[in-house]
Design a protein around this ligand. Structure first.
Ligand SMILES: [Fe+2]
Length: 145
């Protein structure tokens, strides 16, 4: 799996959230590296577990920032977006609990799923609140306000 790279088209128009997304990519890349290690020693398993905890922890905090931002702009699809975040954290939790039975090929599949989720979420769901935020700032709306 090639490294995931943040691109300008992922920008959500908010610097703090963009930086958090970049950091998420960085954790995913690190996770990919450790997941490709086939060894089954306790040490390797612990590094995998630790990196998953990091992704879960960072993800939870990032989602909380994003949710606060969406709620601040009165984003109408907040609940649907929240469900996606919860779904992601639940998936991470399930994978984390089953790390003991992981091996190279299976892990590569897991990473592909996680990366696909992240790309899809950033390109589609997150862009929806960006579009909403900029429509709120349109000259027409500002005149109304
Ligand atoms: Fe999101």
């Amino acid at each position: 799996m090639p490294k995931v790279q943040w691109e300008d088209r992922y920008s959500v128009g908010n610097q703090e959230l963009d930086e958090q997304h970049r950091a998420l990519f960085e954790i995913i890349n690190r996770l990919h590296q450790v997941m490709m290690d086939d060894g089954e020693t306790e040490d390797i398993l612990q590094v995998k577990e630790k990196t998953f905890y990091e992704l879960e922890d960072y993800g939870r905090n990032h989602f909380a920032s994003e949710e606060a931002y969406m709620s601040g702009i009165n984003y109408p699809d907040l609940n649907a977006h929240l469900r996606q975040h919860t779904d992601f954290l639940e998936r991470i939790d399930i994978i984390k609990q089953n790390l003991g039975s992981c091996g190279g090929p299976r892990n590569s599949g897991i990473m592909k799923i996680l990366v696909a989720w992240l790309h899809d979420h950033l390109e589609n769901e997150d862009q929806k609140y960006r579009a909403f935020a900029s429509s709120q700032l349109s000259p027409e709306n500002l005149r109304k306000g």
